[in-house]
Design a protein around this ligand. Structure first.
Ligand SMILES: [Fe+2]
Ligand SMILES: [Fe+2]
Length: 242
């Protein structure tokens, strides 16, 4: 195959992956709202689409899980919930890996705070700003060895501070009786699991692992604040004490 055709196919594949990311990042929301409203046909269609797309893109374990979910929906069986949970875990993993394709420049770029990042709560905004500043320090020093003092110290502080923030946020959302709390906690748990895996692989001291970790942190935090945390903004704002 000629070089330009290979390049063309690569570009097309990348475009399809980005399309998959854009649409399927909201799969959980769509699927659950179909279930809640008792629209089993819509839920089946969602599973069916995911099954087809994942097969086309070579995501075979996700494909198998979507296939089981589609069958469970068709049979209206009690297995829907038990089939859904591992599928969501796998889907989140796939989506995390795809974020960098959406905006490759994001990987080496610092996050610039703007009002778009504000979730309407001063304390949480302050915490997010501090997390972002730790991440920006890592981006600034991303060419250094992972064992360098600045990297080790910043990573340590970030890990500690970020877990405290997640805990605080969950506590605050519990107080406010946030209806999507369980979903939100799942996103946090997924982050903590991923970061633990990254930390282990980054400890073998190569710059490539460090850059992967920094890219994940940059992407996860900006996406999470802008899309997930933002969902609780109206609730937080309606509870502001003046
Ligand atoms: Fe959050
Ligand atoms: Fe947050």
């Amino acid at each position: 195959m000629g070089f330009s055709r290979r390049l063309q196919r690569k570009k097309l594949y990348k475009k399809s992956l980005i399309g998959f990311y854009d649409k399927q990042q909201h799969f959980e929301e769509r699927f659950k709202s179909a279930l809640t409203s008792g629209d089993l046909k819509l839920a089946t269609n969602e599973a069916h689409t995911l099954k087809g797309l994942s097969a086309t893109l070579g995501m075979m374990s996700l494909h198998e899980q979507a296939k089981s979910l589609e069958s469970a929906c068709k049979e209206n069986s009690d297995n829907i919930e038990t089939t859904l949970n591992p599928l969501l875990k796998e889907l989140n993993k796939v989506l995390d890996g795809l974020i960098c394709l959406k905006d490759p420049n994001i990987s080496n770029t610092k996050i610039t705070w703007s009002d778009d990042y504000s979730v309407g709560d001063k304390k949480i905004d302050q915490q997010h700003k501090k997390i972002i500043s730790f991440i920006n320090t890592l981006v600034e020093h991303s060419e250094e060895r992972i064992s360098s003092e600045i990297i080790v110290d910043t990573l340590d502080e970030l890990m500690k501070y970020a877990s405290e923030h997640l805990e605080y946020e969950e506590k605050r959302l519990t107080e406010l009786k946030y209806p999507e709390l369980n979903e939100h906690i799942k996103h946090h748990q997924h982050y903590l699991e991923t970061i633990t895996e990254f930390n282990i692989s980054a400890s073998n001291n190569d710059t490539k692992s460090l850059n992967k970790l920094i890219r994940f942190l940059t992407q996860w935090w900006s996406e999470h604040i802008l899309h997930e945390d933002m969902k609780y903004k109206p609730l937080v704002q309606s509870n502001i004490e003046y």
